[in-house]
Design a protein around this ligand. Structure first.
Ligand code: SF4
Length: 183
């Protein structure tokens, strides 16, 4: 029997909705696991970011919002042979990209000082132990080599499961031209 493909998932500047879409693979996950082993995933297993193994395929949710996202993406660039930008945030910046309409200072003021749900009488803006925001949100391919983009917010589980299975069978992936989103 051929060696199984080593596959992983990672989330960067996203909302984790794309990973819920992976969790919804249902029985397709059994077919995928006939061909591949999940070696790393912040959702599917207990993993640490500094213990990412060498991977054949990495599925990445989210773009580059902060310096931690950038460091992880650069690390994955070294670890993974094939990179799938997964979801609209990863492909294009997505909803976090709306932050590009404002400066980092304006975003921090709104999040930590001005929003109606904030209770912060001392007006503290955390600058330690919190990853620093970059000046702009960038899509994944601004930082690492991307081999395949699957947009959608989140992408439809059935479409993604079929795309991953097709990839694992070494066949050509054809994504639907419309209706890539789950809802
Ligand atoms: Fe969340 Fe949509 Fe971005 Fe996926 S594409 S991380 S579901 S906002």
């Amino acid at each position: 029997m051929a060696d199984k493909v080593k596959i992983g998932t990672m989330w960067l500047g996203g909302c984790s909705g794309c990973h819920l879409s992976i969790a919804d693979f249902h029985e397709s996950l059994i077919d995928i696991m006939d061909l591949a082993d999940f070696e790393f995933s912040p959702v599917l297993m207990d993993t640490k970011y500094d213990e990412v193994p060498e991977l054949d395929v990495i599925i990445v949710e989210g773009g580059i919002r902060n310096d931690e996202n950038r460091e992880l993406a650069e690390m994955l660039n070294e670890k993974a042979k094939l990179v799938i930008a997964y979801g609209t945030c990863s492909c294009y910046g997505g909803i976090p990209g709306l932050g590009n309409l404002f400066t980092v200072e304006e975003l921090e003021q709104e999040a930590y000082i001005n929003s109606v749900s904030t209770v912060n009488p001392e007006g503290i803006i955390p600058n330690e132990d919190v990853p620093a925001l970059e000046s702009r949100v960038r899509p994944l391919d601004a930082v690492m080599d991307v081999d395949l983009m699957i947009p959608g917010c989140p992408p439809r589980s059935d479409v993604v499961a079929e795309a991953v299975l097709t990839l694992l069978r070494n066949e050509t992936i054809e994504l639907p031209v419309t209706n890539l989103c789950e809802v």
